[in-house]
Structures are given as C-alpha cells and as structure tokens.
Design a protein around this ligand. Structure first.
Ligand SMILES: *[C@@H]1O[C@H](CO)[C@@H](O)[C@H](O)[C@H]1NC(C)=O
Ligand SMILES: *[C@@H]1O[C@H](CO)[C@@H](O)[C@H](O)[C@H]1NC(C)=O
Ligand SMILES: *[C@@H]1O[C@H](CO)[C@@H](O)[C@H](O)[C@H]1NC(C)=O
Ligand SMILES: *[C@@H]1O[C@H](CO)[C@@H](O)[C@H](O)[C@H]1NC(C)=O
Ligand SMILES: *[C@@H]1O[C@H](CO)[C@@H](O)[C@H](O)[C@H]1NC(C)=O
Ligand SMILES: *[C@@H]1O[C@H](CO)[C@@H](O)[C@H](O)[C@H]1NC(C)=O
Ligand SMILES: *[C@@H]1O[C@H](CO)[C@@H](O)[C@H](O)[C@H]1NC(C)=O
Length: 330
C-alpha cells in the first residue's frame, strides 16, 4: 500500500475514534440512562465510579451486555459500597437475566417491587444484605427464573406458596433470614423441575407437609428451624435425595421403619427428638456424612457399610444407642 494512503487511513481511523465515540459505543442509550439513574439513586457511590457517562456502559464495572443485542443482561453488585434501598429503576432494564446484590450490609428496604417487570430474569440473587420485609408473591410470575437466592438477609413473614409455580427453578435458597410460618404444602408439587431447597436458619414452624412425600428433590436443608413432628415422608426407597439436613429442629418420629434410597450420601438429623433405632438399611448406603447425635435413639448401631467410619460424635447423646463407634452394648 502507498505510504500516503495508509497514513490517511490511520488518521481517519484515529479521528473517528476520538471525535465520535458514539460510533463505537455498543451500549443501548435507554439502558445507559437507566444505569445512570441507578447510580444517582445510590448517591454516586465510589463503587460505581467506573459508570462514566462518557464511556460505553457495556464496559462498566458490574455490567454486562448481550453480545448480539448489546442490551444490558446482567447487573452484579458485590462487596459493599452501596447504601439505601434497591432503586425502582432496576425494573427498567427489560433484558436483564441476572440481578445480583451480594455482601451489601448497608442495602436496606424491601425487595424492590419493580423487579416484577423483569420477565427475562433467570437469576435473582440478593444475599448478605439487610433487605427486609417479606418474600414477595410476584416472584412466582418471573417464569424464567432458574436460581432464586435470598439467603443471609433480614426477610420476615411466611414463604409464599406460589413459588412452586416457577417452572424452571433449579435452586430456591431462602436460608438465614427470619422467615416464620409453615413450609407451604405446594412445595410437594413443583410445577416443573424440583429445585434444591435451602430453608435453614429461619423460624419455620409446624409440621413438614405430608405432600413432600411426592417431592423428588436432590438436596434439602431445613436445619435450624422449629419444625415439629414427622419427617419420614422425605425419605423412601425410590427417592433421589442426595443431601438431607434436618438438624436442630423439634422433629419427633420413629426412625426404625424409615427406608432410605441408595442415592443418599449425607444425612444430618442431629438435635431433634427422633426415637426408635438406626435401621439396618443405612448400612447399604455409600454415606459420606451421617450425624444422628442428640436424639432419643436406642439399640445397637448396625454393623456394616460406612456406619463405623464416623466417629462417636455422630452418635452421642441419645437415649441408649450402643455398639461401635460407641461403647459396646453389654
Ligand atoms: C456501611 O455504612 C457505614 C456507615 O455509613 C460505613 O461506615 C460502612 O463502611 C458501610 N459499609 C459498606 C460495606 O459499605
Ligand atoms: C445488617 O446490618 C447490621 C448493622 O446494622 C450489620 O451488623 C450486619 O452485618 C448486616 N447484615 C448483613 C448480612 O450484612
Ligand atoms: C424465557 O426463556 C425462553 C427460553 O430460554 C426464551 O425463549 C424466552 O424468550 C424467555 N422469556 C423472556 C420473557 O425472556
Ligand atoms: C431487620 O428487620 C427488622 C424488622 O423485621 C427491623 O426492625 C431491623 O431494623 C432490620 N435490621 C436492619 C439492619 O435493617
Ligand atoms: C418404587 O418404584 C418401583 C418401580 O418403579 C415401584 O414398583 C414401587 O411401588 C415403588 N415403591 C414405592 C414405595 O413408591
Ligand atoms: C419404633 O418402631 C419399631 C418397629 O416398628 C418398634 O419396635 C418400636 O417400639 C418403635 N419405637 C418407639 C419408641 O416408638
Ligand atoms: C454431630 O453433631 C454434633 C452436634 O452438632 C457435633 O457436636 C458433632 O461434632 C457432630 N459430629 C459429626 C461427626 O459430624
């Protein structure tokens, strides 16, 4: 190529990038406007200093855009620096698929109602914040949700039964809040996929609904609540459960007759009021974790499988359990 021509081309390229940033800007102007409103609503925090109106919003920290439409599809605000409530403008990013606020201790107020408008949302993750109020019913209208995480907040009230209508849910994490009331009966029948259910560290009370006998879940964590009565419906030979944690509740049922599926790898029942004995069926499983301590169990620990591979702390403080790894039954 001719030297003059190539210089000219270079200069043209240089000037076009300097003089008209709009040509290279991918960000949709509507999305940019909304993001700047969000920044303003948070009082221009240092955490959002990369949100400079002169630059492409698809390059901003915490923001990503879809590679074909260039619409903002995720907003992930981690690790502090934001205070106040989630601004209503988050509902005006119609292509958002992931919305996450994590480790924001100064984030307060309710789960913003305008989130109801985000019909494309696949993941809503609000965790380790001081968001309060109830788990809103409108979340059940966000049919594309696969991951709903509201863990480690200050949420109260009861769990809306409508959440079982979410057809694509893989994970429902409501653990570590101040939720009260019962586990909804509807959780026995999720309308689509069955999510892993983390409800631990709340103040849930009453019986576990018998409808959960129909539920084929992989992971359940109901630990550290005030659940009472029977929990045997969670188990069964045909279940697919791998990890079950029911520890630190007020559960009261006879373990002797409970049958366990081969899929179970981790079972924590510590600190309940469980009676009966440890069923021989447990020797058939490839258990990696077992803890039945602090219950009202009796009789000999069956010999075999993994049952003797756990130390005595997995069995201590029962009414009259005996045999390895506890002292022998004389
Ligand atoms: C929360 O707010 C307090 C008081 O304004 C401030 O000292 C602290 O740094 C904030 N924390 C975070 C993680 O933003
Ligand atoms: C909620 O705020 C309190 C202080 O107001 C703070 O100690 C606590 O860590 C916050 N919770 C979370 C999960 O950040
Ligand atoms: C929901 O997901 C499906 C499948 O990925 C997609 O075709 C549809 O457009 C999504 N709906 C919305 C409102 O984004
Ligand atoms: C947590 O919620 C309770 C009401 O349930 C409220 O009194 C308290 O101030 C909230 N804590 C924070 C740090 O926002
Ligand atoms: C388990 O499944 C088998 C075969 O699918 C069926 O015959 C049996 O009735 C089921 N048992 C229970 C307790 O549901
Ligand atoms: C538990 O069930 C077994 C088997 O049916 C029975 O022998 C035992 O007495 C029951 N234990 C209690 C405490 O109800
Ligand atoms: C079983 O749980 C008890 C009570 O929380 C705990 O002290 C013990 O260390 C646990 N043992 C095992 C093996 O998990």
């Amino acid at each position: 190529m001719d030297l003059k021509l190539s210089t000219l081309l270079c200069l043209t390229l240089l000037f076009s990038t300097i003089l008209s940033p709009a040509l290279s800007e991918l960000c949709n102007p509507k999305d940019k406007k909304v993001l700047l409103q969000i920044k303003k609503a948070f009082n221009d925090p240092y955490a959002l200093s990369s949100w400079n109106p002169k630059t492409d919003c698809c390059d901003w920290y915490s923001v990503t855009c879809d590679s074909t439409t260039n619409r903002v599809n995720s907003l992930t605000l981690f690790s502090g620096g934001l205070s106040g409530q989630i601004p209503p403008q988050v509902g005006d990013l119609p292509y958002l698929e992931l919305l996450q606020f994590h480790k924001q201790p100064n984030l307060t107020g309710p789960i913003q109602p305008s989130i109801a408008k985000l019909k494309s949302l696949k993941e809503l993750r609000l965790s380790w914040t001081n968001i309060s109020g109830s788990v809103p019913d409108f979340l059940s209208q966000l049919k594309n949700l696969t991951f709903l995480e509201l863990s480690f907040n200050n949420l109260s009230g009861s769990i809306p039964s409508s959440l079982s209508q979410l057809p694509n849910l893989d994970a429902l994490h409501l653990d570590r809040n101040k939720l009260t009331g019962h586990i909804p009966k509807s959780f026995g029948e999720f309308h689509g996929s069955v999510p892993e259910l983390y409800l631990s560290h709340n103040q849930l009370s009453g019986n576990i609904p018998t409808s959960l006998a129909k539920l084929d879940f992989n992971r359940i964590d109901f630990s550290r609540n005030k659940l009472e009565g029977d929990a045997s419906m969670i188990f069964g030979l045909n279940k697919t459960a791998q990890i079950v944690d029911l520890s630190r509740n007020l559960l009261e049922f006879n373990l002797s007759k409970v049958e366990f599926s081969k899929s179970l790898t981790s079972l924590d029942l510590n600190h309940n009021k469980i009676t009966g004995s440890i069923p021989v069926g447990l020797t058939q499983l490839d258990l990696q974790f077992l803890n039945v301590s602090y219950n009202r169990l009796c009789g000999q620990i069956p010999v075999g499988g993994k049952l003797q591979s756990f130390d005595s702390s997995a069995y201590i403080h029962n009414r009259c359990l005996c045999g390895a790894p506890l002292p022998s039954c004389t």
